[in-house]
Design a protein around this ligand. Sequence first.
Ligand SMILES: *[C@@H]1O[C@H](CO)[C@@H](O)[C@H](O)[C@H]1NC(C)=O
Ligand SMILES: *[C@@H]1O[C@H](CO)[C@@H](O)[C@H](O)[C@H]1NC(C)=O
Length: 504
Amino acid sequence: MAPWAAVVVWLLAESAWCASHLKFPSGFKFGAATSAYQVEGAWNTSGKTPSTWDTLTHNRPQLITDGSSGDVACDSYHQWKDDIQIASELGLDFYRFSISWPRLMPTSFPDEINEDGRRYYDNLINGLLDKGIEPIITMYHWDLPQRLQDHGGWSNPLIVEWFEEYARVLYKLFGDRVKNWVTINEPFTICTIGYAIGAFSSGVHDPEVGTYLCIKNVVMAHAKAWRLYHKEYRKQFKGRVGISHQLFYLHPTSEEDEEIASLAHEHYYGLYSHPVFSKEGGWPPGIEKVIEKNSKMQGFTRSRLPAFTDEEKELAKGAYDFYGFNYYTSRKIRRRRDGESLGQLSPMRNIKELDAILEVDRGWDRAACFWFYVYPEGIRKLLSWVKNQYGDVEIVITENGYSTKPESGSNDYDRIKYYRDHLEQVLLAIHEDKVNITGYTAWSLIDNFEWNDGYTTKFGLYEVNFDDPNRQRTPRASAKYYKNVIQTNNIEIPKKFSTITDEL
Ligand SMILES: *[C@@H]1O[C@H](CO)[C@@H](O)[C@H](O)[C@H]1NC(C)=O
Ligand SMILES: *[C@@H]1O[C@H](CO)[C@@H](O)[C@H](O)[C@H]1NC(C)=O
């Protein structure tokens, strides 16, 4: 960022100094997150077998902006003590990380537990607990064992059982110490984005059919894992199991677009959430009808959206302890105009099923990722959307954060501004809209392998030196800001920002 821009941000912060005196309620928890493939490295050591991300980055490096991979990444497999140290430095209540399925279970199945993998996660969990930091585990953050992908991955209904078996191993090994579990991270990214672009995880391109097979299987896999805990482990371990959904707000372009915006929310988030979180269960009826109608018109004899049996519907309904909520960006939505082309199909640009166009507002600032435009009000609107759809479900914000270019270094005032403005909207959601939000998670604790962006965009509160064999972690200004928020329960950017930078 140019120096003048920092001044502008600073002035904005000054003018906002008095805007908000709202506080997070007592018991509210702050954390930060990472995921296994993005930070661990050690892709082929200590008995780990390949995941879909190893395969994708090695076989199709052209899909990654800088042709890189997570082979070494932040080397958290060896530098985990540093990660605990900085989580402690920040004063985090919890650290959310994910387990690499093929590291713990090299065959993908419970016939073999990799002792090195088990020791790694034990060390991480115990080290966090020693520092008074709660470990929150994501079971699945996109690095599917390649062996399971070879058998169809998320489009094979058997994955529901494979995932249940995996969850059982996790509960057995770590359930005595881990009390909050996220089954699956961002099913929307796995199924809707993944099968639409074909350049992600599975590498399979099939938006028309693949997406919906994936959605149903993800919902059922989550439900089975939740039921398993409920039936066999809850009594003993007294923990909770949720799922983390990524949502971006779809703002109607005009009043006429409100109906399409509502259907689009059902399509992008309701398909994943309604079967689990709604009172009636099953697919959201509006979008279910649309997909059925489109399928018939296209000559399919049945809907491309697979039906639930009554038994499946009952199994999924109510299978949650909290709603994990990830937010980064928003779009405006409108109907396609007569004669207008939908353009290149992309879930961030259009929704073919609804004949709708997604755009950005010219007034929205842009972060470093191509998809990332900043609209803080979007997070509040979506939190209300969840409440309106599913009632007073407890929401844990499991990700929110901002990307910068590598050259912007550690003086990341724009990231601070992003966090401040979004935390303000979260406070408004809690106090004005009475949304039941109990925690907030910054993405990410450290710079890491940012999927198709490789190392060209940075999300870390801590900068990682990827040229250093030890991958040294250095706090950015935003780390100091976030630490201050946690310590003081005050989101405002301290007046003498330079002092706080020196001090912390
Ligand atoms: C692991 O992968 C690295 C490349 O990232 C390679 O140099 C090394 O030989 C591999 N080690 C084994 C044991 O296969
Ligand atoms: C928030 O959710 C928790 C867990 O379901 C529940 O115990 C609590 O009563 C809810 N709070 C409100 C204000 O609805």
